[in-house]
Design a protein around this ligand. Structure first.
Ligand code: ADP
Ligand code: MG
Length: 299
């Protein structure tokens, strides 16, 4: 190779290096700049209180000054909109339409919480094709502009749709009651979680307890099993009392935190909000919403 040609090649390579470095710095900067928290709420057994936790936590965080976006990802059993007491005109999957933009699917819920409704009553798998995935990814990526915290209400159990949301989220809240069946199913979720990810940002919320002691018992039981078989201790973020306000509020189609902020269940939500916003934060947020989407869509 002539001297001149090799000089030219070096120059091109240097330039490419510089560009790659700039891109890396840019990405680093974006990751740092975009610090939206993504919290998935999941459970092993169905009907243990996911949607009530998601909705009331969203309201609680919003009232504490956070901009909250709640996404109903419980495909088939979506009912966030029912508890928000407003009619959702569009849902998450409408984003697949060319002429539907993110703004069109964002609804206004209680206390100023924004939410995206799920798709109820139909069994739609998230196996949209690559092109559709890219479309969803692009439209959804702007969610982090409007929210400090994004809460995702997932379905129950271990099917693919659920586990993908759980694995993609930076923080996971696993809600359970003290029923043996709920405990067994919660353990199954923890096991799947530890199988598929290195992350350990999963915490328990124990629902429908009669006294604090019950919460410790549940956490102990789960941890005896996780320590023995997975070598893992799962922390407990908090609990929610069995409280008739929950059913009443569901019938009124309003979050119980708004129906009566001083009821036992509401006070538990306020404690959970405090824990989430204080030093109890599970791990510094580094991946943000973009990281969540990249993981979800397998980039
Ligand atoms: N802390 C609680 N106290 C009393 N009832 C509760 C409580 N949490 C949940 N429930 C009851 O369980 C039902 C199911 O809750 P929901 O949040 O819809 O569960 P999931 O989303 O897990 O299916 C509620 O409609 C309510 O009747
Ligand atoms: Mg639900």
């Amino acid at each position: 190779m002539s001297d001149q040609a090799s000089k030219l090649r070096n120059l091109v390579e240097e330039r490419a290096d510089e560009e790659a470095q700039a891109r890396r710095i840019g990405e680093l900067y974006l990751d740092v700049a975009e610090n939206t928290r993504v919290i998935a709420i999941t459970s092993g057994k169905g009907g243990v209180g996911k949607t009530n936790l998601a909705v009331n936590l969203a309201v609680g965080l919003q009232l504490a000054g956070q901009r909250v976006l709640l996404i109903d990802a419980d495909i088939g059993m979506a009912n966030v909109n029912l508890l928000m007491g407003s009619v959702a005109n569009r849902s998450l999957l409408d984003l697949l339409n060319e002429d539907v933009e993110l703004e069109d699917v964002i609804e206004n819920g209680a206390a100023g919480v924004k939410y995206i409704s799920g798709v109820a009553g139909v069994e739609v798998a998230l196996n949209v094709n690559r092109l559709e995935q890219r479309k969803l990814h692009k439209k959804l990526s702007r969610c982090s502009d409007i929210a400090d915290v994004i809460i995702i209400d997932t379905g129950a159990g271990l099917n693919r749709n659920v586990i993908e949301f759980v694995l993609a989220a930076e923080e996971v809240l696993l809600i359970t009651t003290s029923e043996p069946t709920a405990l067994a199913d919660a353990y199954a979720v923890i096991k799947a979680y530890t199988t598929y990810t290195e992350r350990r940002n999963i915490k328990l919320v124990v629902n429908r307890i009669r006294d604090e002691e019950e919460c410790y018992e549940v956490a102990d039981k789960i941890n005896q099993t996780t320590q023995k078989f997975l070598g893992l201790t799962v922390g407990c973020l908090g609990y929610i009392y069995e409280d008739k306000i929950v059913r009443e509020a569901v019938h009124k189609q309003e979050p119980f935190l708004i129906v009566n902020p001083n009821s036992p269940a509401s006070r538990c939500i306020s404690e959970l909000v405090k824990s989430l916003l204080s030093g109890e934060k599970m791990e510094s947020v580094s991946r943000g919403w973009r990281g969540f989407l990249d993981s979800l869509f397998g980039y």
